[in-house]
Write a protein that binds this ligand. Structure first.
Ligand SMILES: [Zn+2]
Length: 286
């Protein structure tokens, strides 16, 4: 079984029928979908990504923080190459709820919450968790630009409800204290712990509830291998970040790239089954 624990529903790039056809062709059994949080972005050049990966995994990481600040506008949108792309302060969970209704056997959903912009964030959580198929909460303190220190009430409720959290960490706040304050809550750090990478992996033993996904060109095969070596395969999950990132010749999403990274990992077949979905299915209690 193959489960993609990190993909985005972005019908402006890949509509639902196209997505299902690609999943069929790639043999991906299930996908946990994230509601859209931004205008479609131009492709980030691979050369820039390679520089970012190197900078963030080195003592020069503060430089990456400065680059990040320079790309956020005062209004909280993204400025790239002279253009401004909107970041949605309160991403709409509705379109993913529709997908869950239409394809309950194919998709799960992440409930997107932003405690920095939603004064009723706990009510928002209660409303969407009623929809069958929403299995956890997505948080993006990096682009929504808040400190993880404000997440206490949301994480406490997720812990009570048994809803795992997928979080794209930013530079603000103490992620170790966050994980340790909610020991029964599985916390999935997106993109192998971006923007910390090895500076997050070293807390493996201190934070037994911390996992990483292996999604997106924010990492490459070498970083994926390092993450698995540091965290252990049992704390690493297959994810793609589709439809962003790796494209095939016809411009659609290429499900082969990250999958080959995982298939080439020096781990046992049962460890690989865990990465490809077994571990995630256990976390969501499905
Ligand atoms: Zn993503």
């Amino acid at each position: 079984m193959i489960v993609d624990c990190h993909a985005h529903f972005e019908p402006r790039m890949l509509d639902l029928d196209g997505l299902v056809a690609r999943l069929d062709a790639a043999g991906v059994d299930r996908v946990a979908l994230i509601p859209t949080m931004n205008d479609p972005l131009p492709e980030t050049p691979e050369r820039l990504l390679a520089v970012l990966r190197r900078v963030m995994n080195s003592p020069a990481r503060p430089l990456a923080r400065l680059i990040h600040r320079a790309t956020l506008t005062r209004g909280g949108d993204l400025r790239l190459g002279g253009e401004v792309y909107r970041i949605y302060r309160q991403p709409d969970n509705g379109p993913v709820a529709e997908v869950l209704k239409a394809h309950p056997d194919r998709f799960w959903g992440w409930i997107f919450l932003n405690p920095a912009a939603d004064p009723d964030v706990l009510e928002t959580l209660e409303r969407w968790r009623e929809v069958p198929g929403f299995i956890g909460v997505k948080l993006h303190p990096h682009w929504h630009d808040y400190s993880v220190d404000v997440l206490g009430p949301v994480l406490r409720r997720c812990e009570e409800l048994g809803l795992p959290v997928l979080i794209h960490l930013g530079f603000r706040g103490d992620f170790v204290a966050m994980a340790q304050a909610h020991p029964k809550l599985p916390i999935l750090s997106a993109h192998a712990g971006f923007p910390f990478y090895r500076a997050l992996w070293r807390y493996k033993a201190d934070c037994p509830n911390l996992y990483v996904d292996l999604s997106s060109p924010y990492i490459d095969e070498e970083l994926a291998r390092q993450a698995v070596a540091a965290m252990g395969p049992e704390r690493c999950l297959y994810g793609t970040d589709a439809p962003y990132g790796f494209h095939d010749e016809d411009g659609g999403y290429d499900y082969g790239e990250i999958r080959r990274w995982v298939e080439r990992l020096p781990v046992s077949s049962s460890a690989m089954e865990g990465i490809f979905g077994g571990t995630f299915v256990g976390l969501v209690g499905a």
